[in-house]
Structure formats: C-alpha cells, structure tokens
Design a binder for this molecule. Structure first.
Ligand code: GAL
Length: 390
C-alpha cells in the first residue's frame, strides 16, 4: 500500500475511535453539576423562613425591588427564591401549574421582571410524590419539570425530600442532575434532603449545594446547634459544590444582636450559601448592617473556597478558622456560654506568623499588630471575628 494511503486510513481510524470514545464519555461529563454556576457560595433570598406558604407574585416582585434598593444586590445577593406553595396541580399533559390566584401572570412573567432588575429567580420542588406542604412533587416528572423551569427562565432549583419514602436520594437527585444538565439552561441545583444518606459524599458529583441538617429556626439554640455541628464536613466543600447549613434567620426577630452576629460570622466562616430569610422590605438598620457587612461577606465569598473548621475548644468556647486566598486567616472566637468571657487565640494554632496584623471584620477596626496571641472579651452568645495576616 502506498504510504500516503496508509496514513490516511490510520487518520480516519483514529478519528472514528476518538469519536466513539467521546460519545461514550459524554454522559459522564453531563453527570457533573456545573461547577461554574456557583464558584463561590450562592447569595440571595428565600421566602420560607419568614413567609412560609404565603408567597405571591406581588411579594416576590417587592422583594426583588428591595434587594436592589437596600444595596443587597450591589453586595452580591442575586437569587430571589420562591420556596414551597407556589404550585397547585398538573395540567392534562403533566406540566406543573402555578397557583393562578397567587401568581396570576405566571412564573415566566415574574422571571422576566426579576431578570429586568439584574437578579435571578429560583424555584422549589420535591423529589417525592408531594412537597412538604402537599403540593405536587416531581417524582416521575424530573425531565418535564426541568424543561418547564428552563422555559420559564428559572436560574436556581431547590429540591426537597418530603414524601419520598423508599426512594434512594442518590438515584433521585441524580435524575434531576441529568434533567437540569439537559434542560438547555444553566440552573443552580440545591439539594434539600436534610443530610439523609450523607449528601456531602455524593453531593459534589450531583448538585451545587446540599443541606447537611434538618431545618433551622429563629432561635440561638437551633442556629448554634446546626452551625457549630458542621465541623468535619469542610473537606467536601469547594468551588461549585457547597455544604448548606440552611438559610439565614438574621432579621426575623427571635435572636439577640450578638446571636445574629454569631449566625452571620459562623455562616461566613463555613463558606455557607447566604440566603437571607427575612422581610427585606422592612429591615432595621441593625439587620441591614449585618446582612450587608462587606468584610464578613468577603470571608464567605473568598475565592479560595475553603470551608472553615474548629481549631480549638474548651467547653462552650470555640475558635474557628478559614484560610483565605491572600494567605491570611479569618478567625472566629465564639462564646456559647451564658456570660462574657475572655478568649485567647494562639497564632501557632492557625499557622499564622508570631507577629501578625489583626483586623476586626464585624466592626471594621484595625487592631494593630500582636505577638504570638490575641485576646478579646467575647460577649455571651457572641463572637469576635478577626482577620489575621502577615
Ligand atoms: C423543608 C425544607 C425547608 C422548606 C420546607 C417547605 O423540608 O427543609 O427549607 O423548604 O420544607 O415546605
């Protein structure tokens, strides 16, 4: 055979083999939730903590307006998420139907409005037969629902785990991963199965975030139980895939100022998704200050994407650290006891140099340079959040 023909046939054969392998490998690639959708933990708002089932087109539009006018959009909050109770039935073709009384112009028109503000719209469903509030679930409608959401312009889907007895979350959430990947629209995928079957282990290959626990509520007891209970899960989080200790209660009125500061500082150290859960239309200056605290938000959104962990504890006193992209460390000195207590951070415990610069992030104050350690009086249920740098 002529040598030219030989190489031509060889090249054709190589193309065929590469093509075949690419086709074989394609489903594996689409089986990854898109990491580019959540390079840092998602930030936004969700209706559930404050409004429960009382959601409507009017509320969502007013909240979107408030995200912009309050400065939250400029601070990085971009998702406006409708939780349970927006849906009522399925039509003859099985397409999910929004409550016509509460959402008279439909979800697509609402998405257009939210997008017009430069924000994104999120929605909620359930992997089982019905949602926790007994609205239709997505079981056996995964592909159809993902397509419907994409056609409406949805940017974020939270998928719950009520009425899912006997189902395997790995299988069911895997179906949504593939359905969303093939929906034709980039959609952030929030897994909400309350930690059932260790979602941190399969979550990174399935969604962009996964709840690690049952629901939060607006008390220091529940918030702190969830937040401080995250230690050890840090190795599963990173850009594109985050542990979710649930949405914020800041501003809902059930906790004291120092307790909400603990909530915000701890969630930032945990690189947790920050979904505000209060009424953004009426925020006290104190609530607004905390939700918009740029130095705390910068810890949460740090590009290194490392979830913090506990480095020291003594009964109800805990020190947590989160390494940051610029080589510095964000450190929280938390006092879970019932009285103000002096706490000391030993620089060696976080690998910081013997002589380090300190900045108070919650109160925006430079604290100068310290040698070997830093001590502060920490209020009851409160925190001192510092940045420790060279
Ligand atoms: C729970 C979920 C909450 C909220 C609620 C709605 O299962 O954890 O965040 O979505 O359902 O019914």
């Amino acid at each position: 055979m002529n040598i030219r023909w030989f190489f031509l046939i060889l090249a054709l054969l190589a193309c065929f083999l590469v093509g075949t392998f690419a086709t074989l490998l394609a489903p594996a690639t689409s089986a990854q939730a898109s990491a580019s959708l959540a390079p840092t933990p998602p930030m936004g708002w969700n209706s559930w903590n404050k409004f429960g089932c009382n959601v409507s087109d009017k509320l969502i539009r007013e909240i979107a307006d408030a995200v912009v006018s309050s400065g939250m959009q400029a601070a990085g909050y971009q998702y406006v998420n409708i939780d349970d109770c927006w849906q009522v039935s399925r039509d003859a073709s099985g397409t999910i139907v929004a409550d016509p009384a509460r959402f008279p112009s439909g979800i697509k028109a609402l998405a257009d409005y939210v997008h017009g503000k430069g924000l994104k719209l999120g929605i909620y469903t359930d992997a089982g037969t019905g949602t926790c509030e007994k609205r239709p679930g997505s079981l056996n409608h995964e592909v159809q629902d993902a397509k419907t959401y994409a056609s409406w312009g949805i940017d974020y889907v939270k998928i719950d785990w009520c009425n899912a007895e006997g189902l395997d979350p790995v299988v069911q959430y895997g179906k949504f991963r593939d359905a969303l990947a093939n929906s034709g629209r980039p959609i952030v995928f929030s897994i909400c199965n309350w930690g059932v079957k260790t979602p941190w282990r399969w979550g990174p290959a399935t969604g962009n975030l996964w709840r690690t626990t049952g629901d939060i509520n607006d008390t220091y007891g529940r918030m702190s139980l969830i937040g401080f209970g995250q230690n050890g899960l840090e190795k599963f989080a990173g850009p594109g895939h985050w542990n979710d200790p649930d949405m914020l209660e800041v501003g809902n009125g059930g906790m004291k100022r120092d307790e909400y500061r603990t909530h915000m500082a701890l969630w930032a150290l945990l690189a947790a998704p920050l979904l505000a859960g209060n009424d953004l239309r009426n925020m006290s200056p104190e609530t607004k200050e905390l939700l918009l605290n740029s130095e705390v938000l910068a810890v949460d959104q740090d590009a290194k994407g490392v979830q913090g962990h506990r480095v020291w504890e003594e009964g109800p006193l805990e020190i947590w650290v989160k390494p940051l992209a610029d080589g510095s460390h964000a450190v929280g000195l938390f006092n879970r006891s019932e009285s103000a207590t002096k706490m000391t951070l030993d620089f060696k415990s976080i690998g910081a140099p013997a002589s380090a610069k300190l900045r108070d992030l919650l109160d925006h104050k430079d604290l100068g340079t310290a040698q070997n350690s830093y001590s502060a009086e920490v209020p009851t249920h409160g925190v001192v959040l510092v940045k420790v740098s060279k």
